[in-house]
Write a new protein. Structure first.
Length: 151
């Protein structure tokens, strides 16, 4: 487990702090196929290994939104907020997909606490998430995720 915050004051004090990195996760074809089925996005670059082998990436790639959605998988191992009555995902300010995530790649997430502001009954915090791809210079995804925690 990463950092645990117990109050709005602790979250405010962490502004600018890097929260570390998660363990690596292998992106297998089964996960890509499940995402394609759930979303209806069955473009060949994601679900047809034979055709994708001849395509621009040399293999199937994870959907950008699959890579982005892994933020919900990774976040609990980076930080937790105890003592809050409720925490909610409020949205994102920015999402970018700088590089493809090829099948069987390993990814991990690093996080940094960005702007923290007051909202009625709690705080809003921007967490900058970078989903790195092992062996690649550019990340698979960059997200400025916004959460609200009410105390």
């Amino acid at each position: 487990m990463g950092h645990t915050f117990h109050s709005a004051e602790e979250i405010r004090a962490a502004q600018g702090q890097h929260l570390g990195y998660t363990d690596w996760l292998t992106i297998e074809q089964a996960r890509i196929d499940q995402f394609a089925e759930a979303t209806g996005d069955d473009q060949w670059i994601h679900v047809d290994p034979e055709r994708a082998a001849e395509g621009p990436f040399g293999a199937t790639i994870a959907h950008g939104y699959l890579t982005m959605s892994l933020s919900n998988y990774f976040l609990p191992s980076l930080f937790a907020v105890e003592g809050a009555k409720m925490g909610v995902n409020y949205g994102v300010d920015k999402v970018r997909f700088p590089a493809p995530v090829r099948v069987n790649s390993r990814v991990r997430c690093g996080a940094q606490v960005g702007e923290v502001s007051d909202v009625k009954g709690g705080v809003q915090v921007v967490i900058a998430l970078t989903i790195e791809v092992e062996g690649q210079e550019r990340p698979g995804c960059y997200i400025e995720s916004i959460s609200r925690f009410f105390f």
